[in-house]
Design a protein around this ligand. Structure first.
Ligand SMILES: Nc1ncnc2c1ncn2[C@@H]1O[C@H](COP(=O)(O)OP(=O)(O)OP(=O)(O)O)[C@@H](O)[C@H]1O
Ligand SMILES: CC(C)(CO)[C@@H](O)C(=O)[O-]
Ligand code: BAL
Length: 281
């Protein structure tokens, strides 16, 4: 049996009220669907960390800065519901656009600082869209806790900031990136890679892994990053959009890994934009 699908805000509100009356905790796993093992690891985390689990599926138009990317985003609701079946979640919430953005909707939630760099610098408006929809989804699901992947590490930090700053009372839990056997981070966009690009794609993770080893040995970021970017392009990537060493706490740029740091990358291959990040210290 597939996961029970809840299609309206009103129907979800009824369920949430019942859980609240029973004193149960609520966990949410926000997604845009096209579920893979990465998403399912978040679901398993949520099952272990909350009495009730709501997975949300909403391809949020406000966070896409390219119409083409929005239109091509995979939409596989039936398969998603089937993949969730063995995980026994309490609801798959698939709101309509009007449940999230009713007529007259005029509010944008914007987190400053953290969002001006990395993906924020290259996808104008993206994180405002993410912050706005996460605020809505947290409120609508009544979540006590929310599970997010480290693959989207900047997003994870943003959501933590958002929940604290707006007193949303949602504890944000980060989960390690799930990878293919060849190192490629699972992503809904991977299905858009042609066969040749798919073979070349793990070079991103491989080059980053080598760079991390050098950074751990105390090397300066500049030359290490230049070498890694060259290797990524040589492997078949069309463009390295960014490859940067940044502090975990506030994502400020670093020359060396002297404080808790991660290496962050976004790169284009076969018309697909892939992101990844790895802990350095
Ligand atoms: N490989 C992964 N490992 C762990 N969590 C992941 C992974 N991929 C995505 N997630 C997490 O799943 C949640 C929903 O992400 P989303 O639906 O955008 O999937 P996605 O695979 O990241 O898609 P895309 O990268 O194409 O947007 C986010 O918290 C994201 O960080
Ligand atoms: C958190 C999220 C579901 C908000 O639309 C999205 O950014 C994602 O899938 O990571
Ligand atoms: N995984 C983050 C959602 C996005 O790329 O829009």
């Amino acid at each position: 049996m597939s996961a029970p699908i809840v299609r309206s805000r009103a129907a979800l509100a009824e369920l949430v009220a019942g859980w609240r009356r029973a004193g149960e905790t609520i966990g949410v796993v926000p997604t845009m669907g096209a579920l893979h093992e990465g998403h399912l690891s978040l679901v398993e985390g949520a099952k272990a960390g909350a009495d009730r689990v709501v997975v949300t599926l909403f391809v949020n138009p406000r966070q896409f800065n390219s119409r083409d990317d929005y239109e091509k985003y995979p939409r596989t609701e039936e398969e998603d519901a089937a993949k969730l079946a063995p995980h026994d979640v309490d609801a798959l919430y698939v709101p309509g656009p009007e449940d999230v953005y009713p007529p007259g909707f005029a509010t944008t939630v914007s987190v400053s600082g953290l969002t001006g760099v990395l993906c924020g610098a290259h996808r104008p408006g993206h994180f405002d869209g993410v912050a706005t929809v996460c605020t809505k989804l947290f409120r609508q699901t009544g979540a006590d806790r929310a599970w997010f992947g480290e693959k989207d590490f900047q997003q994870l930090q943003l959501v933590r900031r958002l929940s604290a700053d707006l007193d949303l009372g949602v504890e944000v839990v980060g989960c390690e990136t799930v990878r293919e056997a060849d190192g490629l981070a699972l992503s809904s966009r991977n299905v858009r890679l042609g066969a040749e690009a798919r073979r070349a794609a793990p070079a991103l993770h491989a080059a980053m892994t080598e760079a991390v080893a050098a950074l751990r040995d105390g090397a300066a970021a500049g030359p290490v990053i230049d070498t890694a970017a060259q290797a990524i392009r040589a492997a078949g990537y069309d463009e390295v959009e960014y490859l940067e060493l940044r502090a975990v706490e506030d994502l400020r740029a670093l020359d060396r890994a002297e404080v808790p740091a991660r290496l962050f990358a976004a790169a284009w291959i076969d018309g697909v934009r892939l992101i990844d990040n790895l802990p350095v210290t």
